[in-house]
Design a protein around this ligand. Sequence first.
Ligand code: G6P
Length: 489
Amino acid sequence: AAFVAGVTAGAKLIVVSNREPCLHEHVADGIRMVRPASGMVTAIEPIIKAVGGTWVAHGSGTADRLVVDRRGRLGLPPEAPRYTLRRVWLSRKEEEGYYYGLANRALWPLCHTVYTRPYFSRAEWETYRSVNEKFRDAVLEEAEGGAAIVFIQDYHLALLPRLLKDVRPDLKILHFWHIPWPNPEAFRIFPWGEELIDGLLGNDLLGFHIQYHCNNFLDTVDRFIEARVDLEHFRVFRGGRPTWVRPFPISVDASQISRDAEGETVGRRLAGFLKELGEEHGKLSLFVGADRIDYTKGIPERLRGFDLMLQRHPELVGKVCFVQLAAPSRTHVEAYRHLNEQIDALVDEINWRHQTDDWTPVFFLRAHHDYYAVLAAYRMAQAVVVSSLHDGMNLVAKEFVAARNDGDGVLLLSRYTGAARELGDALLINPFDGDGLADAMYRACVMPEAERRERMERLRSQVERNTVYDWGLNVFAELERLLGQEENG
Ligand code: G6P
């Protein structure tokens, strides 16, 4: 109903994020388009393809403005235009301060609270602010002369809502925070907390994945800033204007994934994997992980769990195998480089301990695997392991379930993901408890087929019930409802 009737009628949709939906990768025979490994892109792209509009993002290619077609390809003229991509250019220095620095060395660990110490630098904060201003200028140009709904994504752009609201109070601004929001005790060390929160209170509507993050945010506002927090209606008044705070559990396009999982491309990727692992390994019970190489994902923890399971159950030697698809990420940040080294050493150690002449326990495939390859990996899995130490939602869990049309497969899912609130039929794990993790992995090996199928059936109906389109509809319908309510006093 949004955009067609009511308060938002006729408004143009402008999505704003740091990461753009397609990356240009230079390969031997030219340039290849890749979809970045990003939960944010996975979720937002189907929405903007369905609604149309303009997506403003940090650019990696060469053109300032491009049209994106139905298949997510960039180019002019496209076969069927879906939306426009408007790029914001950043200098190396800006990227360093704003993206690697403030966003990923300060806010990312601060919000995930996973014992990686955030790093704060005033110069990076200033770059973060000036890059947010750059995004403001691009959005103002796109919104010139008409009504618009600005849909901001994530922690890279926390100051943008206020920057926009100050000059264009008529814009409808909503923001989805794709990562957790920490409790006030964790947040209080952030040196520019007041300005960050004030930035977010430029929004009309601010969404998190789960109620718990909304509560943390409201508690933080209460402690940090001069504002009236209305806990009954989950809103904050600052300067007389309200910002509503609501949970919207994000999801995936379940039926598209389910169709794609049957397709030829996935079949080819499956054959590719069997070649890479060796036919014999392909026949084993495979544990699969698919993540960016990020310290929040619990990759060493899951490998140690697997190691422990093998130590306790030597009968599994030669019968199981762990295949980890691992996309390099943010490698200019030291914590990520360390993690890569730590994982390499661990994989070596585990393989050395258990391997036999014709069997390797762990395959760590460090590469950017495309969407179809990831679906192929889900299809060959006996079990998929999502062992995040903390995660806003985690869409790997939902994609895996959507891809298993055969109704089989076990999901091991960290309790500390937003997804665990909806996917209670997974084997819920605590990644900090190595023994428990090893037990759960063993259970996945020996779980009777009937139980696997029952659980998977319930998981699938959950993911089909709340797709990313339901999420989008809920977000926009709630905006419409709240703005309507405000207009009518
Ligand atoms: C998370 C964040 C996204 C981000 C993605 C990939 O899902 O919430 O905003 O795009 O990680 O990280 P990157 O730094 O590569 O964009």
